[in-house]
Every structure is written in C-alpha cells, then in structure tokens.
Ligand binder design. Structure first.
Ligand code: ADP
Ligand code: MG
Length: 388
C-alpha cells in the first residue's frame, strides 16, 4: 500500500524545500517516489532545474515530479461542472447568515481538482510514496475541508445518496434562486461527488496519509501553525510531524545575531512545549538558498536521518463514541482552542462543530440519533459532547 505525505505551512517557510528533501531521500532509499506540487506558484522545476509539466517527469532513478495545473485537471475531467455550479449558486435574498457563510466558501472549486489528481495517481498504484508540496496553509485548509463541505451540499441539494428533505426546506427557493444543472453536468457532478467521498476517505486514512507542518521559529508563523494544527485535527486529518526550518546555527559569531538567536530560542522552546505530542524535526538556516539535488542532500543529511521518516509517525484519534449511563458521549480531539470559541449544533443526521469560519459536520451513528445533545465540555484539548 502506497503512502501519501502532505507538506503544508505558511508561504516561504520552506515547504517545497522540505518536501523535496524527503522525496530525494526516499528515492535514494529505493522507494518509487513522486513529488507533486499543488501550489499555483509552482517551483519544483526551478528547484530540480528541469522542465516539469502536467505529467510526471523523471528527475533521477526512482524520483518523479509533477506540477498540477488545477484548471487543466478540471477541463480534462469535468468540463461542464464549473458552469453548472456558477449558475446553481447565483442566489439572492439569503437572510440566514449561517447559509450565507457556507455559500461564500464555495468558490475555488478548481483547487479541488489538484487533490483529485493525487487520488488518481495514488490509485494507479505506481508509486510507493507520493509527496505533496501543498499550497500555503490557508488554501490547504480550504482544500482539505472542501470535500466535507461539498458532500454536505450534495446531500442537501440533490437527492443522491441520503435524501434530506427536512434540511433542504429552510434553504429552498425562498432563499436562493436555484438553477438545477442540466443532465450532462449532473452526471459530472454525481461522478465528482462519488470521487470526493473516496478522496476524503483516502486523505483521512491514517495508514495512508500523513500531514506534516512546516514552520519557522517566529511569532506570526507559529501562531498560524497552531491554528492549522487545530483545524486539521478538527477535520480529522492525521498530522504526525512538524518541521522547524531556518534555525540559526549556534556557531554564528556575529553580535548582530545574538538577539535573533535568543528570540528563536524562545519560540523553539514554545514549539517544543505546545507540539510535544508529535515528532519535531529541525532544519538549520543555511548560508545559501537550497537548490538542486545536492542542496537537498545537505538538508537530508543534516536533519532527516530518522529511519522511520516515511512511516506513520503518530496516530491521533480525533473522534470516538462511547456509551454512558444516560446515553452516549462523542469525544473530539481539538488542540489549542477555548471554550468560548465553540459553537455546537445538530443538523439533520450530523453534529456540527463550529470554530471561527470553520465548520465540521460529524455524522452521527443511527443509534445515537434518537438522543439529543445534553451538554458539552472542553477538557485537556478534548471536546466531549453528551447525548442523553
Ligand atoms: N533552511 C534554509 N536555509 C537557506 N535557505 C532556505 C532554507 N529553507 C528554505 N530556503 C530558501 O528559501 C526560499 C523559500 O523556500 P521554499 O521551500 O520555496 O518555501 P515555500 O515552499 O514554503 O514557499 C527558497 O529559495 C529556499 O531555497
Ligand atoms: Mg513552495
């Protein structure tokens, strides 16, 4: 069974460098490896100094690289879909803010096709390891939550799979002007819907897919890494590693850097204490930028010696249901949040946990549906929702 490792983090922190160093290492160890970039600002070609296009290009023995063009993917597979969506989502007079928010997140569907391409490549079963150099975190998050949101839409708007007329009623034509897509697009949408379901299971499969965060020891970037970690856990992805890049070497002998070193130390300590439950790798700040296989080999030799690097480094259990005296309890692991950040509500067959602009639908098993939410508690990064 092949593995997928997704690298993400804020722009410029070293995602491409870190991802590529892993790819070089894996290939040198004999794994058939593909590195894929989904970032619209591609730079694998520059890094490997080779032209890389829509189909995998060989870099050296066992190493292949691909820059995904999401527009190309979309046109290739789903020509009529985007029009259909655009027409469908022209709405007016939406008073319900709740629904507004869902709709507003919808544009950007093109990005989703990059992930579908990864799924396609995975299913071809050619590679032992697929390394994904992902877009900056904000975009990645909306990409990763997209399948969930999309499924939600489909179930509410179309009678495919679960029919949910009860839930459909409040967002009927009173609120929106819904143009139903033509039959041609409908088939495409149905196909897409099914693929998205499979994509979700693939990306959330803990044995197949790991998500690794790349950060640097600086306040703003660290804050963003914490947020991504929280949201990725909220959406039930397995984040099993953190990379701290651009660490100043201790032997720099120049007083200008003394204070910088202190600042970095402060954030390094902080990172170690807050991410204490996942493996952390450190990458030093090199005297030059990192180019070509030889540059990547330096990173690999200095920082990526762990023999288990490509394995699942840690498995987080994000959701569990347990029987209680009066009903059931759902535990959701969500690090770095406050009690006041949450909103929890029931919707049809799902529980919705909302934090900021992010909303996660957690399907509730049949046996629990006859109970209602009695209370919720946040304790040690675990949100417990009691059904009684
Ligand atoms: N540890 C480092 N030391 C020196 N240069 C680095 C280091 N990490 C990254 N760089 C350089 O910084 C730039 C941005 O890195 P990159 O990996 O492309 O970031 P991202 O993909 O997150 O935008 C590149 O020119 C890269 O060579
Ligand atoms: Mg990059």
């Amino acid at each position: 069974m092949g593995r997928i490792i997704i690298f993400t983090g804020k722009g410029g922190v070293g995602k491409t460098t870190t991802a590529a160093a892993h790819a070089v290492k894996a290939a040198k160890e004999g794994m058939r490896t593909l590195i894929v970039s989904t970032d619209m600002a591609h730079n694998l070609s520059d890094l490997f100094m080779k032209e890389i296009k829509e189909e995998p290009a060989e870099i050296f023995d066992n190493l292949f690289a691909l820059e995904i063009d999401s527009n190309y993917e979309m046109n290739r597979h789903y020509g009529s879909i985007s029009e259909a969506f655009k027409n469908m989502i022209s709405f007016k007079n939406a008073k319900d803010e709740e629904i507004m928010e869902d709709i507003v997140v919808f544009p950007g569907i093109e990005e989703l096709f990059s992930l579908l391409k990864i799924q396609e490549l995975y299913n071809q079963n050619i590679y032992d390891l697929i390394i994904v150099d992902c877009a900056p975190t904000g975009e990645t998050l909306s990409l990763l939550k997209f399948p969930e949101l999309f499924s939600w839409y489909m179930e509410k708007l179309f009678p495919i799979g679960k029919v949910a007329m009860k839930v459909l009623r409040p967002i009927s034509k009173v609120a929106f002007k819904l143009d139903m897509p033509n039959e041609n697009a409908m088939n495409d949408i149905e196909k897409l819907y099914i693929k998205l379901g499979m994509l979700q299971s693939l990306l959330k499969d803990r044995e197949i897919c790991s998500i690794r965060l790349v950060t640097i020891p600086e306040k703003m970037v660290l804050e963003e890494s914490k947020r991504s970690y929280m949201y990725l856990n909220l959406y039930n992805f397995n984040v099993d590693g953190l990379y701290i890049n651009r660490i100043m070497p201790a032997d720099i002998d120049n007083s200008f850097f003394d204070q910088w070193k202190q600042i970095q130390k402060k954030y390094l300590d902080e990172i170690h204490s807050i991410f204490s439950n996942i493996p952390i790798y450190k990458i030093k700040w090199y005297e030059v930028d990192i180019n070509g296989v030889s540059g990547l080999e330096r990173v690999m030799e200095d920082s990526l010696q762990d023999a288990n690097l490509f394995k699942v480094l840690k498995t987080t259990v994000n959701e569990t249901f347990a029987k209680t005296e009066n009903g059931y309890r759902l535990d959701v692991y969500i690090p770095f949040t406050n009690k006041k950040d949450f909103e929890i509500f029931e919707s049809g067959t799902d529980i919705i946990v909302k934090i900021g602009n992010f909303k996660r639908n957690i399907p509730i098993p049949n046996v629990i549906r006859k109970y209602s939410i009695a209370s919720a508690k946040l304790n040690e990064e675990v949100l417990s929702i009691y059904f009684e």
